[in-house]
Design a protein around this ligand. Structure first.
Ligand SMILES: [Zn+2]
Length: 290
Protein backbone atom coordinates (compact mmCIF):
# COMPACT_ATOMS: atom_id res chain seq x y z
CA UNK A 1 0.00 0.00 0.00
CA UNK A 2 1.43 3.38 -0.92
CA UNK A 3 2.03 6.00 1.74
CA UNK A 4 -0.96 8.11 0.60
CA UNK A 5 -3.34 5.15 0.50
CA UNK A 6 -2.17 4.12 3.93
CA UNK A 7 -2.57 7.64 5.32
CA UNK A 8 -6.23 7.70 4.34
CA UNK A 9 -7.02 4.02 4.82
CA UNK A 10 -9.15 4.54 7.94
CA UNK A 11 -10.93 7.47 6.28
CA UNK A 12 -11.88 5.32 3.30
CA UNK A 13 -13.32 2.68 5.61
CA UNK A 14 -15.93 5.29 6.54
CA UNK A 15 -16.65 7.09 3.28
CA UNK A 16 -14.89 5.12 0.56
CA UNK A 17 -12.02 5.81 -1.84
CA UNK A 18 -14.22 8.02 -4.03
CA UNK A 19 -15.12 10.13 -0.98
CA UNK A 20 -11.43 10.56 -0.24
CA UNK A 21 -10.78 11.56 -3.85
CA UNK A 22 -13.54 14.17 -3.61
CA UNK A 23 -11.92 15.63 -0.49
CA UNK A 24 -8.61 15.67 -2.33
CA UNK A 25 -10.16 17.80 -5.08
CA UNK A 26 -11.78 20.32 -2.69
CA UNK A 27 -10.42 23.84 -2.12
CA UNK A 28 -11.41 25.42 1.18
CA UNK A 29 -11.15 28.98 2.48
CA UNK A 30 -11.18 29.43 6.25
CA UNK A 31 -11.86 33.01 7.29
CA UNK A 32 -10.55 33.52 10.80
CA UNK A 33 -7.58 31.47 12.03
CA UNK A 34 -8.01 31.81 15.80
CA UNK A 35 -9.77 29.77 18.45
CA UNK A 36 -12.29 28.21 16.03
CA UNK A 37 -10.32 28.40 12.80
CA UNK A 38 -7.18 26.69 14.08
CA UNK A 39 -8.83 23.44 15.32
CA UNK A 40 -10.98 23.40 12.17
CA UNK A 41 -7.90 23.69 9.95
CA UNK A 42 -6.26 20.85 11.84
CA UNK A 43 -9.20 18.60 10.91
CA UNK A 44 -9.19 19.74 7.27
CA UNK A 45 -5.48 18.93 6.99
CA UNK A 46 -6.03 15.49 8.50
CA UNK A 47 -9.01 14.84 6.20
CA UNK A 48 -6.79 15.59 3.20
CA UNK A 49 -8.45 18.39 1.26
CA UNK A 50 -6.66 19.85 -1.77
CA UNK A 51 -5.97 23.37 -0.54
CA UNK A 52 -6.62 25.40 2.61
CA UNK A 53 -6.50 29.17 2.25
CA UNK A 54 -6.60 30.83 5.66
CA UNK A 55 -7.45 34.50 6.07
CA UNK A 56 -6.75 36.49 9.24
CA UNK A 57 -5.16 39.92 9.75
CA UNK A 58 -4.02 39.32 13.34
CA UNK A 59 -0.94 38.13 15.13
CA UNK A 60 -1.26 35.99 18.24
CA UNK A 61 -1.03 37.63 21.60
CA UNK A 62 -0.31 35.97 24.93
CA UNK A 63 -4.03 35.57 25.68
CA UNK A 64 -4.51 33.42 22.52
CA UNK A 65 -2.22 30.70 23.83
CA UNK A 66 -5.04 28.97 25.74
CA UNK A 67 -6.78 27.92 22.52
CA UNK A 68 -4.73 28.55 19.36
CA UNK A 69 -3.97 25.09 17.91
CA UNK A 70 -0.55 24.89 16.28
CA UNK A 71 0.96 27.74 18.26
CA UNK A 72 4.23 26.85 19.92
CA UNK A 73 5.47 28.15 23.23
CA UNK A 74 8.49 29.46 21.31
CA UNK A 75 6.43 31.49 18.79
CA UNK A 76 7.24 35.10 19.64
CA UNK A 77 4.70 37.70 20.74
CA UNK A 78 4.63 40.07 18.99
CA UNK A 79 5.73 38.73 15.62
CA UNK A 80 3.71 35.56 14.89
CA UNK A 81 0.82 35.86 12.48
CA UNK A 82 -2.11 33.49 12.91
CA UNK A 83 -2.15 32.47 9.24
CA UNK A 84 1.57 31.61 9.29
CA UNK A 85 1.01 29.42 12.34
CA UNK A 86 -1.90 27.48 10.85
CA UNK A 87 -0.18 27.13 7.45
CA UNK A 88 2.90 25.71 9.18
CA UNK A 89 0.63 23.31 11.07
CA UNK A 90 -0.98 22.11 7.81
CA UNK A 91 2.42 21.45 6.21
CA UNK A 92 3.66 19.60 9.27
CA UNK A 93 0.54 17.42 9.47
CA UNK A 94 0.09 16.73 5.77
CA UNK A 95 2.44 18.08 3.06
CA UNK A 96 -0.02 16.75 0.49
CA UNK A 97 -2.35 19.65 1.35
CA UNK A 98 -1.52 23.05 -0.09
CA UNK A 99 -1.55 25.77 2.59
CA UNK A 100 -1.92 29.44 1.72
CA UNK A 101 -2.02 32.05 4.48
CA UNK A 102 -3.38 35.53 3.72
CA UNK A 103 -2.63 38.09 6.42
CA UNK A 104 -5.62 40.32 5.76
CA UNK A 105 -9.17 40.77 6.93
CA UNK A 106 -12.36 39.76 5.14
CA UNK A 107 -12.82 43.23 3.63
CA UNK A 108 -9.85 43.03 1.27
CA UNK A 109 -9.26 42.18 -2.39
CA UNK A 110 -7.29 39.07 -1.41
CA UNK A 111 -9.97 37.67 0.90
CA UNK A 112 -12.70 38.26 -1.69
CA UNK A 113 -10.53 36.44 -4.27
CA UNK A 114 -10.01 33.58 -1.80
CA UNK A 115 -13.78 33.24 -1.36
CA UNK A 116 -14.35 33.29 -5.12
CA UNK A 117 -11.58 30.73 -5.72
CA UNK A 118 -12.75 28.16 -3.19
CA UNK A 119 -15.35 25.40 -3.33
CA UNK A 120 -16.23 25.70 0.35
CA UNK A 121 -15.96 28.67 2.68
CA UNK A 122 -15.85 28.25 6.44
CA UNK A 123 -16.38 31.36 8.56
CA UNK A 124 -14.79 31.42 12.02
CA UNK A 125 -15.56 34.87 13.37
CA UNK A 126 -16.26 36.07 16.86
CA UNK A 127 -18.51 38.95 15.77
CA UNK A 128 -21.64 39.23 13.63
CA UNK A 129 -20.52 42.14 11.40
CA UNK A 130 -18.03 40.24 9.21
CA UNK A 131 -20.19 37.12 9.59
CA UNK A 132 -23.09 38.90 7.87
CA UNK A 133 -20.87 40.15 5.05
CA UNK A 134 -19.34 36.70 4.45
CA UNK A 135 -22.85 35.21 4.38
CA UNK A 136 -23.79 37.69 1.65
CA UNK A 137 -20.57 37.05 -0.31
CA UNK A 138 -21.04 33.29 -0.24
CA UNK A 139 -24.62 33.58 -1.49
CA UNK A 140 -23.65 36.02 -4.27
CA UNK A 141 -20.65 33.94 -5.35
CA UNK A 142 -22.71 30.74 -4.95
CA UNK A 143 -20.33 29.13 -2.50
CA UNK A 144 -21.01 26.33 -0.08
CA UNK A 145 -20.72 28.00 3.26
CA UNK A 146 -20.42 26.85 6.86
CA UNK A 147 -20.56 29.36 9.69
CA UNK A 148 -19.08 28.47 13.07
CA UNK A 149 -19.81 30.38 16.25
CA UNK A 150 -18.87 29.73 19.83
CA UNK A 151 -20.96 31.55 22.31
CA UNK A 152 -21.02 32.36 26.01
CA UNK A 153 -24.08 34.61 26.22
CA UNK A 154 -24.26 34.66 30.01
CA UNK A 155 -22.43 33.13 32.96
CA UNK A 156 -22.99 29.37 33.09
CA UNK A 157 -24.22 29.13 29.48
CA UNK A 158 -21.58 28.12 26.93
CA UNK A 159 -21.48 26.29 23.63
CA UNK A 160 -21.82 27.19 20.00
CA UNK A 161 -23.47 26.69 16.67
CA UNK A 162 -22.76 25.40 13.17
CA UNK A 163 -24.84 26.56 10.21
CA UNK A 164 -24.46 24.88 6.80
CA UNK A 165 -25.72 27.14 4.02
CA UNK A 166 -25.71 25.48 0.60
CA UNK A 167 -27.87 25.48 -2.53
CA UNK A 168 -30.06 28.37 -1.37
CA UNK A 169 -31.42 26.23 1.43
CA UNK A 170 -31.39 28.85 4.21
CA UNK A 171 -28.67 31.18 5.44
CA UNK A 172 -27.69 33.15 8.55
CA UNK A 173 -30.07 35.92 7.57
CA UNK A 174 -33.30 33.99 6.94
CA UNK A 175 -32.62 31.69 9.88
CA UNK A 176 -32.42 34.82 12.07
CA UNK A 177 -28.97 34.02 13.43
CA UNK A 178 -27.52 37.53 13.21
CA UNK A 179 -27.67 40.38 15.70
CA UNK A 180 -28.76 43.12 13.28
CA UNK A 181 -27.70 45.91 15.57
CA UNK A 182 -24.18 44.48 15.85
CA UNK A 183 -24.03 44.12 12.05
CA UNK A 184 -25.18 47.70 11.53
CA UNK A 185 -22.64 49.01 14.04
CA UNK A 186 -19.83 47.07 12.32
CA UNK A 187 -20.65 48.56 8.92
CA UNK A 188 -21.21 52.14 10.16
CA UNK A 189 -18.21 54.43 10.12
CA UNK A 190 -16.61 55.24 13.46
CA UNK A 191 -17.65 58.92 13.13
CA UNK A 192 -21.28 57.85 12.89
CA UNK A 193 -20.88 55.58 15.91
CA UNK A 194 -19.28 58.26 18.05
CA UNK A 195 -22.16 60.54 17.14
CA UNK A 196 -24.70 57.80 17.95
CA UNK A 197 -22.98 56.92 21.23
CA UNK A 198 -23.21 60.55 22.30
CA UNK A 199 -26.96 60.43 21.75
CA UNK A 200 -27.68 56.99 23.20
CA UNK A 201 -24.82 56.69 25.66
CA UNK A 202 -23.54 53.30 24.48
CA UNK A 203 -19.86 52.80 25.14
CA UNK A 204 -18.09 51.26 22.14
CA UNK A 205 -15.36 49.82 24.35
CA UNK A 206 -17.95 47.93 26.40
CA UNK A 207 -19.58 46.49 23.26
CA UNK A 208 -16.24 45.37 21.88
CA UNK A 209 -15.10 43.66 25.05
CA UNK A 210 -14.21 40.01 24.43
CA UNK A 211 -15.99 37.24 26.29
CA UNK A 212 -14.71 33.88 27.53
CA UNK A 213 -13.18 31.50 24.95
CA UNK A 214 -11.84 28.07 25.81
CA UNK A 215 -10.20 25.36 23.74
CA UNK A 216 -12.50 22.33 24.33
CA UNK A 217 -15.73 24.24 23.62
CA UNK A 218 -14.22 25.72 20.45
CA UNK A 219 -12.92 22.25 19.59
CA UNK A 220 -16.40 20.69 19.74
CA UNK A 221 -17.80 23.39 17.43
CA UNK A 222 -14.88 22.99 15.01
CA UNK A 223 -15.26 19.19 14.96
CA UNK A 224 -19.02 19.45 14.34
CA UNK A 225 -18.35 21.80 11.40
CA UNK A 226 -15.60 19.54 10.02
CA UNK A 227 -17.97 16.56 10.26
CA UNK A 228 -20.77 18.34 8.34
CA UNK A 229 -18.20 19.40 5.73
CA UNK A 230 -16.90 15.83 5.48
CA UNK A 231 -20.32 14.20 5.05
CA UNK A 232 -21.36 16.78 2.46
CA UNK A 233 -18.20 16.49 0.33
CA UNK A 234 -17.92 12.72 0.48
CA UNK A 235 -21.65 12.09 0.05
CA UNK A 236 -21.87 10.09 3.28
CA UNK A 237 -25.15 11.86 4.09
CA UNK A 238 -26.76 15.26 3.59
CA UNK A 239 -25.32 17.85 5.98
CA UNK A 240 -27.49 19.19 8.79
CA UNK A 241 -28.46 22.82 8.25
CA UNK A 242 -28.25 23.98 11.84
CA UNK A 243 -26.65 22.38 14.87
CA UNK A 244 -26.45 23.84 18.33
CA UNK A 245 -23.90 22.69 20.88
CA UNK A 246 -25.23 23.22 24.40
CA UNK A 247 -22.08 22.68 26.40
CA UNK A 248 -23.79 23.50 29.66
CA UNK A 249 -26.20 20.58 29.08
CA UNK A 250 -23.72 18.23 27.31
CA UNK A 251 -25.98 18.17 24.26
CA UNK A 252 -25.82 18.67 20.51
CA UNK A 253 -29.25 19.61 19.18
CA UNK A 254 -30.49 19.72 15.59
CA UNK A 255 -32.48 22.89 15.02
CA UNK A 256 -35.30 22.31 12.54
CA UNK A 257 -36.64 25.88 12.32
CA UNK A 258 -37.59 26.68 8.73
CA UNK A 259 -35.92 29.71 7.13
CA UNK A 260 -38.07 32.62 5.92
CA UNK A 261 -39.38 31.60 2.51
CA UNK A 262 -38.38 34.73 0.61
CA UNK A 263 -34.74 35.42 1.46
CA UNK A 264 -33.10 38.15 -0.59
CA UNK A 265 -29.68 36.59 0.08
CA UNK A 266 -29.78 32.81 -0.31
CA UNK A 267 -32.62 32.94 -2.88
CA UNK A 268 -32.60 36.47 -4.35
CA UNK A 269 -28.93 37.18 -5.10
CA UNK A 270 -27.54 33.65 -5.12
CA UNK A 271 -25.11 33.35 -8.01
CA UNK A 272 -25.54 37.03 -8.98
CA UNK A 273 -22.52 38.95 -7.63
CA UNK A 274 -22.91 41.89 -10.04
CA UNK A 275 -26.58 42.33 -9.27
CA UNK A 276 -25.83 42.11 -5.55
CA UNK A 277 -22.87 44.50 -5.93
CA UNK A 278 -21.04 42.73 -3.11
CA UNK A 279 -17.81 44.50 -4.02
CA UNK A 280 -19.36 47.67 -2.56
CA UNK A 281 -17.96 46.51 0.78
CA UNK A 282 -14.44 46.97 -0.60
CA UNK A 283 -15.22 50.68 -0.97
CA UNK A 284 -15.82 51.06 2.79
CA UNK A 285 -12.35 52.25 3.68
CA UNK A 286 -12.91 52.06 7.45
CA UNK A 287 -13.50 48.29 7.12
CA UNK A 288 -10.55 47.55 4.83
CA UNK A 289 -7.88 45.28 6.27
CA UNK A 290 -5.53 44.59 3.37
ZN1 LIG B 1 -31.29 33.17 3.43
Amino acid sequence: MTEVLERYHRNTLLFGAEGQRKLGRTNVAVIGAGGLGSPLIQHLALLGVKRITSVDPEEIDESNRNRSIGTRYTDPVPGSSKVDIVSRMVREINPGVEAIGLKCGLISENAFAAVRGSDWVLGCFDEDGPRAILNELCQAYKKQYIDLASDVPMPGIYGGRVCVSINGNGCLDCLDLLDRNAVRRYIESSERLIHEDKIYGISKTVLEEKGPSVSPVNGVVAALAATEFMVAVTGLRAPTRLLEYRGWESKVVTIVDEPRSECILCKGIRGKPEEADVERYLKLQHLRQD
